[in-house]
Design a binder for this molecule. Sequence first.
Ligand SMILES: [Zn+2]
Length: 270
Amino acid sequence: MKTLSLTAAVALAAIAPATAALAQSNGVERMYILECGQGHTGDMSRWTPGKNVGVPMDIVDSCYLIKHAQGYFLWDTGVTDQTSPNPPPGDPAGITWRRPKTLAAQLTELGVKPDDIKYVAVSHTHPDHSGNVELFPKSMLLVQKAEYEWPNDGRPRFNPQHPVTKLEGDRDVFGDGSVTIISTPGHTPGHQSLLVKLPKTGAVLLTGDAVHFKANWEARGVPGGNVDKEKTVTSMAHMADLLVQNHAQLWINHDKPQREAQKMAPAFYD
Ligand SMILES: [Zn+2]
């Protein structure tokens, strides 16, 4: 018995410092929310099939910059910086985007140069998320293989010269569990979301377009334009599990009321 408990004590002593080291090795320092576009549509029923026909809606578009001890990580790149700050009204059934601030200007304000960004990951290849990928020609692009290779009328989804790591599922980006890409297909074939563990704020799950608004998260609504309804529902169930497991908050990229309650760069979450 005595030998056994001694063995157990030695084993525990070996585990304890390892656990402490793991907690300390979470290298995320802070996360900024960047203004990446503001949109208006005259008909929100594209996201809520059969409901809200002809109901106008304002949406936002967010990018997130994470400062990690190993380098900067940018999540989503928004509508292109070439978008007008005040465009004329477009097709009421579509979305008219404007860009009150460029991504480039916001990074400059933070003292971050494009080459300082070690990794760029986009949730998917719709233009309101991948519009500025080529502002970062040297940054390693982290994208699902299924998204990268998703047929696009014979045109590549990304510049073939851009350094890329094609993922097939989840990826612990820095190897310390602090920033994890989560495969959430359905909206597009290789859609992905991001789980970030901040030192004080705690865990945050960034949706990409796995969900568009709080209302369609709560109703588990699937927008008409999603490529796979069943996978969308499965991805949302997986996200709900992750929220519970990690005591995480859900930050919905396009949800305007939610973002209006959040701090925008240069303020940050740590
Ligand atoms: Zn989308």
